[in-house]
Design a binder for this molecule. Structure first.
Ligand code: AMP
Length: 217
């Protein structure tokens, strides 16, 4: 099964994708993660997109679609895919169709995580991750068990980091981009009867269960 998780920044796409990977051995394809890795490694793509990402704008369609296309080459047909943060424009949705067709794959379901935008700003600006293992935390909703000093529950590291684009101003731009360019791709998939709406404001476990029900597992 190949699915798309669609929703504004902070809707929980990454969290839910990680759970699907764990439960079903699917593969998460996050263009945001790929781009951050490119920025970190200072590759030519990374250097090109750094400022765009810091501003909260969208990276050109060709760049993200070629990242996805490259990743797919090495993946066996039997591995189900979860697209997280891609496609984000109608052009990307069309490019994804072409890429998948080349691999004799198709999108089986699009899950829209519906959320209240005001709550998202609080969710996003409070989040941070373990710099060592990547475990996700939140200042208000999910602190590590040990807070003095702050220590990662999973690996015991004392190093944490925040995404540079998780500040309020950038978050507002990212949301405006979602409304203007990404939400309009829903009808593209609705016309094929592929969209299921899930309440992304519910508790993390409830959202996972709703997604599992949609996927019929
Ligand atoms: P994310 O981790 O999905 O929130 O993405 C972080 C940033 O990476 C976004 O604000 C964009 O600047 C860029 N980005 C990630 N995925 C895409 C995409 N599919 N199309 C355009 N820009 C993207």
């Amino acid at each position: 099964m190949n699915i798309i998780l669609l929703g504004p920044p902070g809707a929980g796409k990454g969290t839910q994708a990680a759970r699907l990977v764990e439960r079903h051995g699917m593969r998460q394809l996050s263009t945001g993660d790929m781009l951050r890795a490119a920025v970190q490694a200072e590759t030519p793509t990374g250097l090109k997109v750094k400022a765009i990402m810091e501003s909260g704008g969208l990276v050109p369609d060709e760049i993200v679609s070629s990242l996805i296309s490259d990743e797919l080459v090495a993946l066996p047909q039997t591995v189900g895919l979860i697209f997280d943060g891609y496609p984000r424009t109608e052009a990307q949705a069309r490019q994804l169709d072409e890429i998948l067709a080349r691999h004799r794959r198709k999108i089986d379901r699009v899950i829209e995580l519906a959320v209240d935008e005001d709550a998202l700003v609080e969710r996003i600006t409070g989040r941070f991750t373990c710099a060592h293992c990547g475990a996700g935390y939140h200042e208000k909703f999910k602190l590590p068990r040990n807070t003095d000093p702050l220590m990662c529950d999973h690996c015991g590291s004392f190093d944490f980091k925040r995404r540079p684009d998780d500040n309020e101003q950038t978050v507002r731009t990212r949301m405006a981009e979602y409304r203007a360019k990404t939400a309009p791709i829903l009808p593209f998939y609705e016309a094929r009867g592929l969209v299921s709406r899930v309440n992304g404001m519910a508790d993390i476990d409830e959202v996972t269960e709703e997604i599992e029900q949609v996927l019929g597992s």
